[in-house]
Write a protein that binds this ligand. Structure first.
Ligand code: GLP
Length: 261
C-alpha cells in the first residue's frame, strides 16, 4: 500500500485526476469506479478541468457506481445514481449509456446485486476504483464487520452513517434510508487499482486503522492492505494519527516521477 500525504484536498484531487487521465490516455475505454460523498468532489472538478482544457479525452470512458440506497427512486436527487449524474457524468460530458450501477428500486434486491457483479465482470472489471472512507472505516457502504470476501449485496446502515449522511437529506435522519446496496469488499478488491482519498481530522482515526492497523473486518478499509496496487491519498489532517507519516513523506518524495501513483 502506498500512502501519499498531500497539503490539502485540492492537491489530492489533482493527483488522483492526473492518475485517471494517465489511465485514460493509455486505455481510452477504461472503466472508472466512482464514489459519492464530499471527499471525491475535488477529484471530479480537477478531471472536468482537464477535459475542458483538452488534456484528456473521456468520450470512451465508462463509469461504474459503488453503492446505492435501497428504495429511493432513481430520479430522487439523493439517489447515488442522481448524485453521480450531477457530479461526475454531466461535468465530464459522459452519457448514461456509458454508466453502470445497481438497481436500488428492484423488487428482487438480491437478484439486482448479483446482476450488478455480473455487469462489472462482463465489462472487463474496474480499472481504477476511487474510494472515500466513513468515520467508522467503511468503504462503499461496507459497514464494520462486513465480510472481507463479500460480494455486492444489501446492507443495513449504522446509525452513525445515517447521522453523517443526514446532511444530504435536509439534516433529517428519518429521510436517510436504512438499507443500501454496496459492492462487496471482495468485489472492490477486484478493481485493478484502488485509490482511497481521505481529508480532514474526522477521518484521522479511520485512516490510521486502515493503514497501520491489522487487516480486520471491523475496519473494512483495512482490506486495502490485501490489494497489490492500493494508494491512500490523505491531507495533513487525515494523516495526523499516522505513526509512519515521515516515512510515507520520505518514500513519496524520493519516488521516480514516471511511476505516478
Ligand atoms: C458514504 C458513501 C461512501 C463515502 C462515505 C464518506 O457512506 N457510501 O462511499 O466514502 O459516505 O463520505 P464523505 O466523503 O462525505 O465523508
Amino acid at each position: 500500500m502506498e500512502v501519499v500525504i498531500v497539503p490539502d484536498a485540492k492537491a489530492g484531487g489533482e493527483l488522483i485526476a492526473e492518475a485517471m487521465a494517465q489511465l485514460l490516455r493509455r486505455k481510452p475505454g477504461a472503466l472508472l469506479g466512482v464514489a459519492t460523498g464530499s471527499t471525491p468532489l475535488p477529484v471530479y472538478e480537477a478531471l472536468a478541468a482537464k477535459v475542458c482544457s483538452g488534456a484528456v479525452d473521456v468520450t470512451r470512458a465508462r463509469i461504474a457506481q459503488l453503492d446505492e440506497y435501497v428504495g429511493l427512486p432513481a430520479d430522487h436527487p439523493e439517489s447515488y445514481r442522481s448524485v453521480l449524474r450531477r457530479e461526475v457524468l454531466e461535468p465530464l460530458g459522459i452519457g448514461m449509456d456509458q454508466f453502470m450501477g445497481p438497481d436500488g428500486t428492484a423488487e428482487d434486491v438480491q437478484g439486482a446485486c448479483e446482476a450488478y457483479d455480473k455487469v462489472l465482470a462482463d465489462a472487463g472489471g474496474v480499472d481504477l476504483q476511487l474510494l472515500g472512507i466513513g468515520t467508522d472505516g467503511h468503504i462503499g457502504f461496507n459497514e464494520p464487520c462486513s465480510s472481507l470476501a463479500s460480494r455486492t449485496r444489501i446492507k443495513t446502515l449504522t446509525e452513525q452513517t445515517r447521522i453523517d449522511n443526514a446532511r444530504f437529506f435536509d439534516g433529517d435522519i428519518d429521510q436517510v434510508p436504512h438499507h443500501v446496496i454496496t459492492q462487496g469488499i471482495g468485489t472492490i478488491l477486484e478493481a485493478r487499482h484502488l485509490v482511497l482519498l481521505a481529508t480532514g481530522e474526522g477521518k484521522a482515526d479511520a485512516v490510521a486503522a486502515t493503514v497501520e492497523g491489522p487487516v480486520a473486518a471491523v475496519c473494512p478499509a483495512s482490506a486495502l492492505q490485501l490489494h497489490p496496487h492500493a494508494t491512500v491519498v490523505v491531507d495533513e489532517a487525515a494523516a495526523s494519527k499516522l505513526k509512519l507519516a515521515d516515512y510515507f513523506r520520505y518514500t513519496y518524495a524520493n519516488k521516480p516521477e514516471w511511476q505516478g501513483i
